[in-house]
Design a protein around this ligand. Structure first.
Ligand code: SF4
Length: 436
């Protein structure tokens, strides 16, 4: 096996978010997952909360998330009620046992699609159901065109410390072609409001290789992102997971998706990283460059990749508690109705072995750019460079990593294609299977 993906962007998922792959999870594990929630915690891992807000103004043509564009105010109010009920039920689970939250991440969908009253209600429900004192970071994803000045203030007022703005690209033609709801003037208007509030961190997301992207336009987007001077810039390489509008066109009619090929996307990300480095940013992960300093961390990412428990709440959300993976019911009605009945809305899960937990943490931490063996020896009693010697040697031969002080460090090329490097560490039954 090599890291080389086909050059063309084919339909399928390359981005590695978890292990074992989601396709291995099953409703058959739901009972084991419930048992895990009802047991005492076996370790003192930090615990965080993810809340999914599944509403968007429009469906982007590359989107594969569970989102709704047709829900009314009444539907959204009902959803928030259901979320509150889910939090109440989870709060009674012995595994959480009053453990204080370390981080909160509100994603979607578009959390900022909630109206002002709903954002206030969301904040009140959070404070009602969760202990707040130890929260180090509270992230809230925003779509520029959904923001108002009052909303930005409310988002700050409910305690958000890290605002993540989904810019994706600064060209209105590219944004329109890819089905985004916002255009670039809305980015600038929203950014002025955001800058005027005291958020500890503001992150901007960009996507390399969107349909219609050109070399000149990409360079312009990178320049404009740097001009805004956010705390961090996160860049994803555009993919074609199953179920996106673009992927369906490719699968049903053999259309060319128009998404840039992998070498082009990597070249563009490399360019962006170089420009960001020149502007004083430092590599924070395979996707993110951050301004160094006390505000450079990303607690949600780092905790999750080091094995923290994360309670996933909301429709179709993913969670991880004491080695058990879980996903909620993945459509609106069944999710809301389950919460209203007073039942946890768990749909499927996976009870991972100690080896699988080790693989998960190891591959996720590789995305940070380096691995040291000692923490794994301490936590799992395993020398990872011995157990996975073949995989690391192969990546070294392919120029994806170098050895350093007994550990490994990704090369620039390794950073750019880290997701293609990781499946080689999977168990045989999880290799070459559909990921999602
Ligand atoms: S804004 Fe985000 S979640 Fe909503 S449709 Fe677009 S990509 Fe999907």
């Amino acid at each position: 096996m090599t890291t080389e993906t086909t050059k063309k962007t084919e339909v399928g998922s390359y981005f590695v978010a978890n292990y074992p792959p989601f396709s291995a999870w099953s409703p058959d594990y739901a009972e084991q997952v419930t048992e895990r929630l009802n047991g005492a915690p076996a370790n003192a891992a930090p615990v965080g909360l993810y809340a999914h807000i599944p509403f968007c103004r429009k469906r982007c043509k590359f989107c594969y998330f569970r989102v709704y564009t047709d829900k009314t105010k009444t539907d959204r109010d009902r959803y928030l009620d259901a979320l509150g009920k889910e939090w109440e039920l989870l709060g009674q689970c012995p595994v959480l046992g009053g453990r204080p939250l370390n981080f909160i991440y509100v994603g979607g969908g578009t959390p900022s699609a909630l109206n002002e009253q709903q954002i206030t209600t969301f904040g009140e429900l959070l404070r009602k159901h969760w202990s707040w004192d130890d929260v180090e970071e509270f992230t809230f994803e925003c779509e520029p065109g959904t923001l108002t000045e009052d909303k930005v203030q409310l988002i700050r007022d409910i305690g958000v410390t890290r605002l993540s703005l989904g810019v994706e690209n600064f060209s209105d033609e590219v944004l329109k072609e890819n089905g985004r709801a916002h255009l670039s003037p809305e980015v600038y208007t929203a950014y002025d409001w955001i800058r005027a509030r005291d958020f500890s961190q503001v992150n901007i997301d960009l996507i390399s290789g969107m349909v219609g992207e050109t070399e000149a336009n990409w360079k312009d987007s990178v320049r404009r992102a740097i001009e805004l001077s956010p705390s961090s810039v996160t860049i994803y390489q555009m993919e074609l997971p199953f179920n996106t509008v673009y992927s369906k066109g490719v699968l049903s009619d053999g259309e060319d998706s128009g998404v840039a090929d992998w070498p082009t996307k990597r070249r563009w990300v490399r360019y962006a990283f170089e420009q960001l480095a020149e502007a004083g940013y430092a590599q924070s992960s395979a996707y993110t460059m951050a301004k160094p300093g006390e505000r450079a961390g990303f607690v949600y990412r780092d905790a999750l990749w080091h094995g923290a428990d994360m309670i996933g709440t909301g429709v179709a959300s993913f969670g991880y508690v004491q080695g058990a993976h879980m996903q909620n019911l993945d459509s609106f009605g069944p999710y809301v109705e389950s919460c209203e009945r007073g039942e946890l809305p768990i749909y499927r899960g996976y009870s991972s072995t100690a080896h699988q937990q080790l693989v998960r943490e190891m591959i996720l931490q590789m995305k940070l750019g380096k691995l040291d063996g000692a923490p794994f020896s301490e936590k799992f009693g395993v020398d990872i460079f011995d157990r996975f010697a073949d995989g690391f040697q192969a990546l070294e031969r392919e120029g994806m990593l170098t050895r350093e002080n007994g550990g490994i460090r990704l090369t620039d090329e390794g950073f750019l294609q880290v997701d293609a490097c990781l499946p080689r560490f999977y168990e045989p039954e999880h290799q070459r299977v559909r990921y999602t």
